[in-house]
Design a protein around this ligand. Structure first.
Ligand SMILES: Nc1ncnc2c1ncn2[C@@H]1O[C@H](COP(=O)(O)OP(=O)(O)OP(=O)(O)O)[C@@H](O)[C@H]1O
Length: 327
């Protein structure tokens, strides 16, 4: 990997602050009083299901959409006040479209005056993203992965302090994904702020230091990845031939609110959260309840993420009552 010149000064300039941001599109509340901070020197995953409001937030940050209320700033300024936008923030928001007849190098040359950079810089960033050997090939013949690399080269052209990337791994093969990971970590290690949006945590889990999770336009979680992992709850799948006995056991133990409704719909089968297999086993033994299964489940980060964003929960539908769940 060719090294790029790191930004001259690594200061708090690259701090992204989203402060009580709200955006309405007519009746649609796309962003709902959202506040979070993104720090330089780290890769941050900006996560949430489809339609959560990620792109809208990033578009406000880039001055492409006007906020209904609140502010989105980088280094204390809104986009409109950046004297050299391409040197402050590089963004690749959606699958970039390129003039198919234009070569990779010519594509960058179009942006070079805006970024205030030379031809040599265009070649440097192409080398950096691994497109040096195809610099003079037309972008129309590029694979999705090559186009992702070209989009990344464009964002890096002005040597920005902050990078905003929307699902940058899309279209990359496993080798490309590993390369991207290394590149993002390298850019963060240089002191840049790297914000990567995705609707799947597992896609970025090996890349990010911090996570900001939103759902329905609002913040649901913001922490280091390690702190998110600590939120994982133990869960245990239980099966008993005595369905009524199992229901009674769960009620008497006061575990009714720990049942996972979606996974506990078959009579005599239940999934309990925040209880260990040992606790359940001891209670069952004391009650003389026959168990055919007592399986601790490995709770991955993705499960924690889905729990936080409320995936599967249907708004307006009441939680099923215990009697209706375990019979
Ligand atoms: N220009 C617009 N006009 C009307 N509604 C919009 C507009 N842009 C976004 N929305 C709505 O705002 C909500 C948030 O959309 P947004 O694209 O920000 O979500 P997202 O988290 O980026 O989703 P995805 O992962 O699918 O890109 C959605 O309900 C979307 O339909």
């Amino acid at each position: 990997m060719t090294a790029l010149t790191p930004p001259a000064t690594v200061t708090a300039d690259g701090v992204i602050v989203i402060d009580h941001l709200t955006k309405r599109f007519g009746p649609v509340l796309a962003v709902d009083d959202l506040s979070f901070t993104v720090r330089p020197g780290r890769v941050t995953g900006f996560l949430g299901p489809n339609g959560a409001g990620k792109t809208t937030t990033l578009r406000i940050l880039l001055g492409l959409v006007r906020a209904t209320a609140g502010t989105a700033t980088i280094g204390g300024s809104t986009y409109a006040h950046f004297t050299q936008p391409m040197r402050t923030v590089g963004a690749a928001l959606e699958a970039a479209s390129f003039h198919p007849g234009r070569t990779a190098l010519d594509h960058l040359r179009v942006y070079a005056p805006q970024a205030g950079v030379s031809d040599a810089r265009c070649r440097e960033v192409l080398d950096f993203v691994g497109l040096g050997p195809v610099a003079n090939r037309r972008a129309g013949g590029f694979s999705l992965g090559m186009r992702q690399r070209l989009a990344l080269a464009t964002t890096l052209l002005g040597d920005p302090q902050v990078l905003l990337l929307d699902e940058p791994a899309n279209g990359l093969d496993p080798e490309g994904i590993a390369w991207l990971r290394g590149l993002l970590r390298h850019l963060a290690a240089e002191g840049r702020t790297v914000l990567v949006s995705s609707h799947v945590l597992s896609e970025v889990e090996q890349t990010v230091d911090d996570v900001v999770i939103i759902a329905r336009g609002a913040l649901v979680h913001s922490s280091s990845l390690a702190a998110l992992a600590a939120l994982a709850e133990p869960s245990v799948r239980i099966a008993s031939p005595d369905a009524a006995g199992l229901t009674r056991l769960i009620e008497l133990a006061g575990w009714a609110d720990r049942l996972e409704p979606a996974a506990s719909t078959r009579p005599g089968v239940a999934v309990l959260h925040r209880v260990t297999a040992a606790e359940i086993g001891a209670r069952a033994f004391a009650a003389g309840l026959e168990l055919h299964e007592l399986t601790p489940r490995d709770v991955g980060l993705e499960d924690t993420f889905l729990r936080l964003v409320g995936e599967g929960a249907i708004p307006g539908v009441a939680e099923p009552r215990l009697e209706g769940v375990v019979r």
